[in-house]
Design a protein around this ligand. Structure first.
Ligand SMILES: Cc1cc2nc3c(=O)[nH]c(=O)nc-3n(C[C@H](O)[C@H](O)[C@H](O)COP(=O)(O)O)c2cc1C
Length: 366
């Protein structure tokens, strides 16, 4: 009921708050025998970690994962995998002001409206720190996906990157060709180095102004065979949409041509089928890799619009819990732009969704 679990066969449950002792994720459904250790989880956790560069929050967290169960002698046993990540750099005093005031654009008011009682230290369950353990689970899903198919390690690959910050748009001619190395070559995680430089400057400027800025992330899965996904309620595009909208600060998700289809004609929008190297492919990929909710074998391409961070050092009008007008300026440490740290989170959610649909497809269709 309370919605802390995601997926059916690759099932992930998280617990924890940003200013409690730490977070736990339990991953159920990972097949036995897959090599797995903490070292597999750390690279993505380091990409998500706060304090990693001048364009992120300066909060310091080591985010070291500890595998508590489900792995024996370096291999998964098929039993639930529990992963613990402890919080370290909690400064609850930073959040004293938000105890009785509602941050504009944040979840303080809606949490009070729903629960009548909230952990105000950094947003409790609404904090993006909850995604730390999702990123750990996503790394497990990525490893499972990478080993699908004839060549271990070269199966399904998920890579995300920043394509827009404010009005700076990156030039990415072929989403499926973007490599992790290109993404990680700069601190904004944009594969277009010219745009990346301008994005870094823009984020620096908004930070100095005490403000924040939004943007768009593009997440791409390659190597997904045709046939994953269900035809009706559990369409792959529906589950990926839920996965992305479950991340904090996401206000829009689109696939392939996305909202551009609204002004297109069918004759322009259709992707024509053709046979290539014994496979059926499409000449273009405006459908974003899914037709009828089922993967087509073309790269899955989705984009998330991510809002600017709502907590700001500059003063803004709001009300107290009693409805009295007041002002608020948030003293905690915040990302001036969420996009660079959002990338590993979105990759993790895409990987988990694909791992779930891989196991579901295998269970029904062999
Ligand atoms: C990487 C990342 C870091 C975030 N850090 C902050 C933060 O420091 N301060 C803040 O106000 N919101 C932050 N957020 C966004 C809030 O968690 C989110 O806006 C809030 O929970 C309300 O949810 P909603 O925007 O989805 O409606 C962050 C989001 C992401 C993706």
């Amino acid at each position: 009921m309370a919605g802390n679990s995601f997926g059916q066969l690759f099932r992930v449950t998280t617990a924890g708050e940003s200013h409690g002792p730490g977070y736990v994720v339990i991953i159920d459904g990972v097949p036995p025998g897959m090599p797995l250790s903490e070292a597999d989880l750390q690279p993505d956790l380091d990409r998500r970690r706060p304090g990693q560069s001048k364009v992120t929050t300066q909060r310091k967290e080591a985010d070291q994962a500890e595998i508590l169960s489900g792995v024996f002698e370096g291999r998964t046993t098929g039993t639930p995998i529990a992963i613990l990540i402890r919080n370290q750099d909690q400064r609850s005093a930073d959040y004293a002001e938000i105890r009785d005031k509602y941050r504009p654009g944040h979840a303080d008011y809606t949490f009070d409206a729903k629960f009548g009682f909230r952990d105000y230290r950094g947003g409790g369950r609404s904090s993006a720190r909850e995604t730390t353990v999702r990123v750990a689970a996503g790394a497990v899903a990525k490893k499972l996906l990478a080993n699908i198919g004839p060549e271990p390690g070269r199966g399904v690959r998920v890579v995300g990157y920043v394509i827009q910050i404010g009005d700076i748009v990156a030039n990415v001619p072929d989403p499926a060709a973007v490599t992790l190395d290109q993404v990680e070559s700069n601190i904004v995680r944009c594969p277009d180095p010219v745009a990346a430089e301008k994005m870094v400057a823009l984020i620096g400027q908004v930070r100095r102004e005490g403000d924040s800025i939004g943007g768009i992330a593009e997440i791409v899965a390659t190597g997904v065979p045709p046939g994953w996904g269900e035809p009706v309620f559990d369409k792959l595009k529906a589950d990926l949409g839920k996965a992305m909208f479950s991340l904090p600060a996401v206000l829009g998700v689109e696939y392939g041509a996305g909202f551009g289809v609204a002004t297109a004609r069918g004759s322009q929008n259709n992707d024509f089928f053709l046979a290539r190297d014994g496979r059926i492919v499409t000449a273009t990929n405006r459908h974003g890799g899914m037709l009828g909710g089922i993967s087509s074998g073309m790269p899955i391409v989705l984009r998330c619009a991510v809002k600017p961070t709502s907590s700001l050092p500059i003063e803004q009008p709001t009300v107290t819990r009693a409805g009295e007008p007041t002002t608020i300026s948030t003293k905690g440490r915040h990302d001036p732009c969420l996009l660079p740290r959002f990338i590993p989170m979105a990759e993790a959610m895409m990987a988990m969704t694909l791992a779930d649909h891989y196991l579901r497809h295998r269970a029904q269709c062999g």
